[in-house]
Design a protein around this ligand. Structure first.
Ligand code: BGC
Length: 355
């Protein structure tokens, strides 16, 4: 059989050679072959692109999903380049992160992807990157508009930096709507007001600021009811802190609390533990919402132990961040912002929300 195939193949080759008798056909074939060879050579000799990533801290549930997906996506690129991705842990310390950035620059990295420890450090990071002419993609912690505009129209650095993220106002609004859309609008005691506790992330972060503000303003607008804030505390995005804050609030305010808003799911998971420990039942005598759609939060919603969450699309965000980095390395001009939508998640769409 092998022999037969070989004979057929060489026959076919002979036929094709005979077929290419005219000079112009031969020239076209040669040109096509040459082009294919150049392409193959380019792919084979693709460059190694050094990508320096610093995450504000590794010990963050959401950013762990994000960085894992980022690394994976770079590894899946098929443009012939090799992406050498170095992801460092900022350990919640701006000085540590600045040091990492200095090292990336010194070692001639081609592009940086930075999840700032403090968003107010954006200008300093941009100054450093501009000086070294290294493109920079900010992720997750949005710098101020002033900082983002700093080199917008600069002849050399304009279009070489960007922010990739999701508009936290939208996630806050979705939280407010989840509660306002409940049949009783969350007003368990029927006094025309929603008594609530707000567990904030790091208040320096716009995600925390916007979620805190817009969850409540949208709740009021959608429900037509008033609100009464019983407590607001910073939980720094952390499950243990969320648990502690809500446990204290439950013992202080007891049945008065109708709803717990958490700026993220990690803190909502902690809140859910505290609620269960206090003998309260979500959906019956209290409501609880978060943001991120972590797998554990999704399980709690399925089990009726959380009212809802908002999907913070780390997959699209990490892909866009990598795409922007690759574009910049290839000399393409970047937009100032790339946005990804949030998605409301309740028991109604839990199996289909990210399909
Ligand atoms: C996420 C939080 C995360 C924070 C880190 C937010 O967008 O919702 O879970 O801790 O980013 O900056």
């Amino acid at each position: 059989m092998k022999k037969l195939l070989a004979t057929l193949a060489s026959g076919a080759m002979l036929l094709s050679l005979v077929g290419c008798s005219s000079a112009s056909t031969a020239a076209t074939a040669a040109a096509t072959e040459a082009a294919a060879a150049t392409e193959a050579a380019a792919a084979a000799s693709g460059k190694t692109v050094k990508v320096g990533v610093s995450i504000y801290k590794f010990d963050d549930n959401f950013m762990t999903l994000y960085r894992t997906e980022l690394q994976k996506y770079f590894g899946e690129q098929t443009d012939g380049n090799t992406y050498q991705v170095d992801i460092q842990d900022g350990k919640g310390d701006q000085a540590e992160q600045t040091n990492q950035i200095d090292n990336f620059i010194q070692q001639g990295y081609d592009v940086l992807i930075i999840n700032l420890v403090q968003s107010t450090s954006a200008a300093t990071v941009m100054d450093k990157c501009k000086e070294a002419n290294i493109p920079c993609v900010f992720i997750n912690r949005q710098p101020s508009d002033d900082d983002m505009n700093k080199y917008k129209d600069d002849a050399t650095y304009g279009g070489k930096y960007t922010y990739v993220g999701a508009d936290a106002r939208q996630s806050g609004k979705f939280q407010g709507e989840i509660v306002a859309d409940l049949p009783n609008k969350g007003d368990l005691n029927g006094d025309g007001k929603l008594q609530y506790v707000m567990v904030q992330g790091d208040p320096e972060n716009v995600d925390a600021q916007y979620r805190t503000e817009f969850s409540i303003s949208q709740y009021k607008e959608k429900s037509g009811l008033d609100v009464e804030q019983l407590d607001m505390q910073r939980g720094d995005w952390d499950q243990a802190k969320g648990q502690e804050i809500v446990a204290n609030d439950l013992s202080q305010y007891g049945d008065k609390i109708e709803c717990v808003f958490c700026n993220n799911d990690a803190m909502a998971l902690g809140a859910a533990q505290a609620i269960e420990a206090a003998g309260r039942t979500v959906g019956k005598d209290i409501y609880l919402v978060g943001v991120d759609a972590l797998a554990d939060a999704i399980s709690l919603i399925k089990a009726g132990k959380m009212t809802g969450t908002v999907y913070n699309d780390h997959v699209s965000q990490s892909h866009k961040a990598a795409d922007a980095a690759i574009m910049a390395v290839n000399g393409e001009k970047l937009d100032q912002f790339y946005w990804v939508d949030y998605i409301k998640v309740t028991s109604d769409n839990i199996d289909t929300y990210n399909k």
